[in-house]
Write a protein that binds this ligand. Structure first.
Ligand code: ADP
Ligand code: MG
Length: 398
């Protein structure tokens, strides 16, 4: 789960990290009010979307000369005009894709006089099975570019979870950022605070870019934070931070029905029970020269309601030209599943070819239900047969 910059900064501030003052705003009026509460005279108005590169981003609705999604303002009037230009408009950045993201929230924050920009992040490094801290003297720009052009300017510090963040990690961080004296001390403290926040919140990633030096003080000017979804149950306090308008609506709907759905780029919708079978189904579709439109695991208890919801979600994707249902009736019986499929197909007025492969308990009864449904359901015998049939059906229909 991802959250907005302002939310992440509030969490980091709670863990003691130095963050400039700022207030979130949902309207132009709120943005003006926020600026009034800040000391000024320098403000920064920041679009809140779940994507980086906002500063260099462009608004679709504004001309190419308009400013980006992070803007300095020298007066409250300027805050107001920036807020007016940003709210409701679509920000396109290197991370949003061409379609961009609509800006519905702003963050009005203190403008900071930046001396130098650094990069600092933490993430779970799967290769070492540890948490890694990544730091660079080249802040403010994309770390991918730094990694590509000057990889020697990136330092990685891995932290043994049994030890936690030790003083030598802090020194390595300060050294990596080429800081000495008081700034080095600040970096050491900040590294520990960041590690503690990362650990306490079960984060997947925290990125601070830039970490800025301003008049002798290090400050978090921008941050991105994401949480390990499997640990969210431990953090009911984080649930409110979710902004579903930032997520794929189909994926949100699927999670409401307890379906594991991920949209992909192909044209063959898949409805499968079990993640392993779902992966195998996607592979075999590819083997037959087509591409899956989604990953969808209806889980063990595929009730009629769940199957119907799954059909609807798959069909909302305009790229879907055919559906392959591949269900193993283990806990569920095939006849119950077949009933669900037929009812759901009628319910949604299915207009694309549907191939169903059932296997397991009561498979014969299940196939009979499909055959006698009066619907144009093609039944398949095994996985390979099913994939060949759906690819052929889609080609025929095209
Ligand atoms: P993004 O990474 O999405 O472009 P940032 O928050 O990093 O957004 O903002 C882009 C740039 O704007 C930063 O690299 C920094 O130079 C400047 N900036 C951001 N916040 C402030 C601030 N509070 N005061 C001064 N400059 C800022
Ligand atoms: Mg940034």
């Amino acid at each position: 789960m991802n959250i907005h910059e302002y939310q992440a900064k509030e969490l980091l501030a709670k863990h003691g990290l130095p963050v400039p003052r700022g207030i979130a705003a949902l309207s132009v009026e709120e943005a003006v009010e926020a600026a009034r509460q800040l000391p000024g005279p320098l403000y920064v108005v920041k679009s809140q979307i779940h994507a980086g590169g906002r500063g260099k981003g462009r608004f679709k609705e504004l001309g190419p000369d308009a400013k980006g999604g992070v803007r300095l303002a020298r007066s409250i009037e300027e805050v107001e005009s920036h807020a007016r230009e940003m709210l409701g408009n679509t920000l396109v950045t290197v991370q949003t894709g061409d379609e961009g993201k609509q800006v519905n929230r702003l963050y009005v924050t203190d403008g900071v006089d930046i001396g130098k920009e650094y990069y600092l992040s933490m993430l779970v490094d799967r290769a070492s099975g540890r948490v890694a801290m990544i730091a660079s003297t080249e802040g403010g720009m994309s770390i991918e570019d730094v990694a590509h052009e000057t990889p020697e300017k990136i330092v990685t510090i891995t932290i043994d979870p049994a030890q936690g963040f030790m003083p030598h990690h802090g020194r390595a961080l300060a050294y990596g950022l080429k800081l000495d004296g008081d700034l080095a001390k600040q970096a050491q403290k900040l590294g520990r605070q960041l590690y503690d926040a990362f650990h306490a919140l079960d984060c997947e990633m925290i990125e601070i870019n830039p970490l800025a030096e301003s008049n002798g003080t290090l400050m978090v000017l921008d941050t991105k934070m994401s949480f390990d979804g499997n640990a969210l149950f431990r953090h009911p306090e984080l649930a409110d931070l979710r902004d579903v308008t930032e997520e794929d609506p189909a994926e949100v709907e699927a999670s409401e029905h307890d379906l594991a759905y991920i949209k992909l780029d192909g044209n063959i919708g898949c409805m499968v029970n079990g993640a392993g079978l779902a992966m195998a189904t996607m592979d075999i579709i590819k083997l037959n020269g087509a591409f899956p439109a989604n990953f969808l695991d209806v889980g063990g208890g595929a009730s009629r309601e769940k199957v119907t919801a799954a059909f609807k979600i798959i069909l909302k994707d305009p790229a879907v030209e055919g559906i392959l249902v591949n269900i193993f009736g283990g806990i569920m019986k095939c006849d119950v599943i077949a009933d669900g499929i037929v009812a759901a197909a009628k319910d949604v007025n299915l207009s694309v070819p549907l191939v169903v492969r059932l296997e397991g308990t009561n498979v014969e009864q299940g196939k009979a239900i499909l055959d006698n449904s009066g619907l144009a359901i093609v039944s398949a015998d095994d996985l390979g047969d099913a994939a060949r049939k759906i690819v052929a059906e889609v080609r025929k229909a095209a």
